[in-house]
Structure formats: structure tokens, C-alpha cells
Design a protein around this ligand. Structure first.
Ligand code: RB5
Length: 145
């Protein structure tokens, strides 16, 4: 992946965002951080909206969005046409979200999974390719809604 991977969170996901960002940079990934930039409570889903816009504009290859559960960030991201954000708090879902759904944003919850699992989910998701084939048409329909 030569283009940067985007990352964003709300306040509840901020600490995991910082840790995942550093870990991925150390592994050689380019990362674009869309915020938030501290863990203070605020109306902070604009960062996730910007990440989703960045994926659609091909400013970043794919995105990672983190909140307490993964739900709020996925709901926000999926409002942007063309985004297929998947909440993956386990490895099987992370793998299938790429193989079947061609998910372009990974969401998970800092209050649901430990950091070690978050790393494994992220690595699996970044390295798994879309299967294409019969899934193409399904995704086209989803994108047309
Ligand atoms: C924030 O308290 C929490 O509600 C949010 O991060 C997210 O988990 C909601 O889905």
C-alpha cells in the first residue's frame, strides 16, 4: 500500500488511535491522521466524516476509525456515499469484511477489545484482499443506495 492509510477517532478511541498510528508507522505504513487530537469530550465526529471523505477522494487508500464500540464511527462513515465501513471487533469479521464486503473503513471499539486484538484485527484487515467475483455486484448495489 503506497498511499497513506487514514485514521480517525472520537474521544473514546483517541488513545487507541495514537497507539495504532505509531505502531503502523513503525511497521512502515504512511498514516494520515484526521483527528481527534486529544481525548476531551466534544461533538467530535467531524474527524470521522473527514476520514470518510478522504477515502472517497482517494486522498488515502483506506481508513481506520475508532470509538468506544466501533458503532458511532461506523454509523457516521457509512453516511458518506461509497463508504463501506465495517465494525470488526473479532478477526473473522475483519477478514470477511475485506474478502466479501471490500470494506474501505475498519471500525472497532477501544472499550470492547484489548489492544493486542486491535493490532491483529488491523493487520489482518490491511493485508486481506477483496475476493471480487460474486461480491462485486452486491457491493455495487450497496453503493447505489
Ligand atoms: C462515547 O462515550 C461512546 O459512546 C462512543 O465512543 C461510541 O462507543 C458510540 O458508539
Amino acid at each position: 500500500m503506497t498511499k497513506a492509510v487514514g485514521i480517525a477517532s472520537d474521544h473514546a478511541g483517541f488513545e487507541y488511535k495514537e497507539l495504532i498510528k505509531t505502531w503502523l508507522e513503525e511497521a512502515g505504513y504512511k498514516i494520515k491522521d484526521f483527528g481527534v487530537y486529544d481525548n476531551s469530550r466534544r461533538l467530535d465526529y467531524k474527524a470521522v466524516k473527514s476520514l470518510a471523505d478522504g477515502v472517497i477522494a482517494k486522498d488515502v487508500s483506506r481508513g481506520i476509525a475508532i470509538c468506544g464500540t466501533g458503532l458511532a464511527v461506523s454509523i457516521v462513515a457509512n453516511k458518506v456515499k461509497g463508504i463501506r465501513a465495517a465494525v470488526c471487533n473479532d478477526l473473522y469479521t475483519a477478514k470477511k469484511s475485506r474478502e466479501h464486503n471490500d470494506a474501505n473503513i475498519l471500525a472497532f471499539g477501544s472499550r470492547v477489545i484489548g489492544f493486542g486484538l486491535a493490532q491483529e484485527i488491523t493487520e489482518t484487515w490491511l493485508k486481506t484482499a477483496f475476493d471480487g467475483g460474486r461480491h462485486e455486484e452486491r457491493n455495487k448495489y450497496i453503493d447505489s443506495i
